[in-house]
Design a protein around this ligand. Structure first.
Ligand code: APR
Length: 252
């Protein structure tokens, strides 16, 4: 019996070892560095180390937003006047517009946002490795390594906004301004009227919602009252046309 138990234990250990090794990721570092190095003037190796320290050897559901403070401090968002582009439920359209043009910047166009966009990462208690698979889903636990990063980074990105700020919202859904979104819960409360002059909604619409939508009225009331609110309905094809124009004049 003892022998059988011993053999079983060995098998379990081997299977566990193989699984863990399989989940380890060298790709995360490579992806991170390759993306980071597209930006001039950053010490990407050092940024990687600071980033990694936040979540390695930790339970992936126990990484707080504050844990990313050292990373944000190491790579602060530059104060961005008249160029900040926020968004909610318009991932594709907004990046079609901002990619390759400097006049409007989403968080995904910054060095940190770009280096981590669409990646999944987490650590594991008792291991120094980084993992890209088997990490918690966005809503699986509140303090997961990925969600905490985007929430912390979005707060800093909104705090860096200044002048005229834009936000692209989705008019093909009935609640373009959703109180649970990162935009509503993290970014709007951090737009500070001492720096931000106006918030300009670009509502991408195919007629489900327009600028008189109830959720947008509630956005107006949530906004610092000294910030000017504007709303403009645009079509997908206007965005496509505008994306093709290299200059940064107003498209609508
Ligand atoms: N599952 C996975 N990812 C999610 C989820 C989810 N349930 N919810 C949000 N995300 C992540 C994804 O990376 C997604 O692309 O947040 C991104 C945006 O989610 P949306 O619901 O479309 O919008 P919102 O929550 O408002 O976040 C966008 O946050 O990062 C900032 O500046 C950015 O203004 C932008 C806003």
């Amino acid at each position: 019996v003892l022998l059988v138990v011993l053999v079983l234990l060995i098998i379990i250990a081997v299977v566990l070892g193989v699984t863990l090794t399989g989940r380890q990721s060298a790709g995360l570092k490579t992806d991170f560095l390759n993306r980071c190095q597209n930006f001039k003037g950053y010490d990407c190796e050092n940024i990687w180390k600071t980033f990694k320290q936040v979540f390695v050897n930790r339970d992936p559901c126990n990484v707080s937003e504050e844990a990313y403070d050292p990373l944000i401090a190491a790579v602060p968002f530059k104060r961005l006047c008249n160029q900040t582009m926020l968004w909610s439920k318009t991932n594709k359209a907004v990046h079609e517009l901002t990619t390759g043009r400097d006049c409007l910047q989403t968080i995904e166009d910054t060095v940190l946002g770009s280096s981590l966009n669409n990646l999944s990462w987490c650590g594991m208690k008792g291991s120094e490795e980084t993992f890209t698979t088997g990490c918690p889903e966005w809503n699986e636990c509140v303090n997961n390594s990925v969600r905490s990063f985007w929430r912390r980074a979005s707060a800093a990105f909104a705090e860096a906004a200044c002048g005229d700020v834009s936000v692209m919202l989705n008019g093909s859904i009935s609640t373009p301004f959703n109180p649970t979104s990162v935009f509503a819960s993290i970014e709007v409360p951090r737009l500070n009227s001492t720096k931000v002059k106006s918030l300009n909604i670009v509502l991408v619409t195919n007629s489900v919602s327009n600028c008189s939508n109830a959720s947008l009225q509630s956005l107006k009331t949530k906004l610092d009252q000294r910030i000017v609110y504007t709303c403009k309905e645009v079509t997908e094809s206007q965005i496509t046309d505008c994306s093709a124009k290299p200059d940064c004049g107003r498209c609508w």
